[in-house]
Design a protein. Structure first.
Length: 564
């Protein structure tokens, strides 16, 4: 009885403390709101020069939120539609084409199969001159998007230039759907493959529909590709985990400073594929909801994770309505996978004086255990069970992609070749690649390599220490050698440049799905996943944590402590 009373007393003290703290927070908010409103009013009325009240307020809001994290942001009414398209909905009214600016001119970059631009013969490489009598010249990308988008059934008149000829096109806008599942199908060795690019509305249903259709073909296993998925709606992630995990199993817990934001999510229905061998592909771009799916399935020992360490976004956002149809998206909680770990990699609560954010130190990472007792760690994304090295693209490839130097060659290739091999097997010949190299003559694909940056730093340090004269000749010699090596970069990095060029060309014939299929030829992570699913002994060893698979992605210090 005494123990009960003591517990009740502690509970009462905790509740009283929480209530007092909450009231104190409300008082501080109210006080500072009064100060801010008065300051804003006095400056707007009395400042010696004319001010823009809206601009002043936006600057104040951005500065205030800028001290928090990059996910807490203000969305004015003018940006609501873009916000919904990015974070909520996958549909909008438009023509189904993407554009890019090159040297101040606007070109069609890609068209989507079966939509108005495709049906009316709009092609990549067409230069857009006018949209509904509005000159494109001088407009930015947001303004162009606003002109191209509109209600389904409305018309849009385009004036384009193609091969020097001026053409006019009348298109009827349609509802453009950007599916969450960009591709699904069977691999050549009979595994089901589903690529999920985002977690927006209906994403779980799309995965379920694809899984149902593919399961009818009796696959030997399933591969869920989340490598390019930056996340989205948390609840959709829970539904996707539920496709493979039994009912009433913990998937994720979000915990916030506000007790109302602490929520536990469990599976709520019987699974669709409880026994299907499953591999999840992740990479450095896999974030947020992708990490909930990957981390939860790893913690539950339900799937094997293959690829590279994920991004490490363990934060949850919620959107709140503001006056005048504006919104604010606020980070309200951190989320924790079933083992209890939070995979957040950047410590936004402890920034440097200049605002720089650092990753959590290895020394503060904590060990957790999966359902079968494997060791996993918090603080740095989801580490894969099977790591596949992913080489960074060379500086010349990055430069060519950034400057869109593939664009003209891909368009010319399509013009000169009416048909190509099926997407899954298409490759450029050496003769084709040599033509591309020739087309690069006179084009600016300059870049600064890591070696050149280090050489520049070395020169600067030598100048500071008054030693430049002694090493100048050697530095100049190294610089000449690097310039000579750069001239052969198109040959040295032929393989990776050729792969990206093939992707650009395939999109002109087989659209987005063709690009995905064509890339399978070079996909090391996909190859590793298929090899793994073909080896049931290794699959079981990984899930049971045998030998080298006992500890997953541990920092050195944590490994030492786990072994003690």
């Amino acid at each position: 009885m005494k123990r009960y009373k003591l517990g009740a007393a502690f509970l009462l003290i905790a509740f009283t403390t929480l209530t007092w703290s909450f009231k104190e927070d409300l008082f501080q908010v109210s006080k500072n709101m009064d100060i801010f409103a008065s300051l804003y009013k006095e400056v707007s009325i009395n400042y010696v020069e004319d001010t823009n009240p809206s601009e002043m307020m936006r600057n104040g809001i951005d500065a205030m939120l800028g001290n928090l994290d990059p996910y807490t942001e203000y969305i004015p009414e003018s940006e609501i539609e873009d916000y919904k398209l990015k974070y909520v909905s996958t549909q909008y009214g438009g023509i189904g084409a993407t554009t890019l600016f090159l040297e101040g001119k606007l070109y069609v970059n890609e068209v989507s199969e079966g939509y108005p631009a495709d049906k009316q013969g709009i092609k990549p490489g067409d230069q857009l001159v006018k949209i509904n009598e509005n000159e494109v010249k001088g407009k930015d990308r947001a303004q162009v998007s606003q002109l191209l988008r509109g209600p389904r059934g409305s018309s849009v008149d385009l004036v384009i230039i193609r091969d020097g000829a001026v053409l006019t096109k009348k298109l009827i806008r349609d509802e453009i759907k950007q599916p969450n599942v960009s591709y699904s199908g069977m691999t050549d060795d009979h595994f089901a493959y589903i690529r999920l690019d985002k977690f927006l509305e209906n994403s779980a249903q799309e995965v379920k529909d694809a899984a149902v259709a593919l399961s009818k073909q009796q696959p030997k296993g399933m591969i869920l590709d989340l490598r390019y998925n930056g996340g989205g709606i948390l609840q959709e992630a829970v539904k996707i985990v539920n496709l493979f995990v039994n009912k009433d199993v913990l998937v994720v817990t979000q915990k916030g400073r506000n007790p109302q934001k602490t929520i536990t999510y469990k599976t709520y229905s019987e699974p669709l594929l409880p026994q299907m061998p499953l591999v999840v592909l992740v990479g450095g771009s896999s974030a947020s909801a992708s990490e909930i799916v990957a981390g939860s399935l790893q913690d539950l020992d339900r799937a094997i994770i293959v690829g590279q360490r994920s991004y490490g976004k363990g934060l949850v956002q919620q959107t709140f309505n503001l006056p005048y149809n504006s919104l604010v998206k606020v980070t309200v909680a951190k989320y924790y996978t079933p083992s209890g770990r939070c995979i957040q990699a950047l410590d936004y609560a402890h920034k440097d004086a200049d605002g720089t954010t650092h990753k959590f130190a290895d020394s503060v990472m904590t060990k957790f255990n999966t359902k079968m007792g494997r060791n996993v760690f918090d603080g740095n994304g989801v580490y894969p069970d099977v790591f596949v090295t992913n080489a960074k693209p060379s500086p010349i490839t990055v430069s060519i992609v950034t400057k869109n130097l593939f664009f003209d060659f891909a368009n010319a290739y399509k013009k000169n070749n009416k048909a190509i091999a099926p997407a899954a097997s298409f490759q450029l010949t050496d003769a084709d690649y040599n033509q591309f190299v020739s087309s690069m003559a006179g084009k600016d694909y300059s870049y600064t390599s890591s070696t050149e940056r280090l050489l520049s730093d070395l020169r600067a340090e030598a100048e500071k220490e008054n030693k430049l004269a002694a090493v100048k000749a050697d530095l100049e010699d190294l610089k000449e050698k690097m310039l000579g090596a750069r001239k052969t970069d198109l040959v040295t990095y032929k393989a990776e440049i050729k792969r990206i060029l093939e992707t650009q060309i395939v999109s002109r014939y087989y659209y987005e799905k063709g690009k995905i299929q064509q890339a399978f030829q070079y996909d090391k992570e996909l190859t590793a996943a298929k090899s793994l699913l073909n080896n049931s002994t290794r699959v079981l060893a990984i899930l049971k944590g045998e030998g080298e698979y006992k500890t997953i992605g541990s920092p050195v210090k944590a490994i030492a402590s786990a072994e003690n």
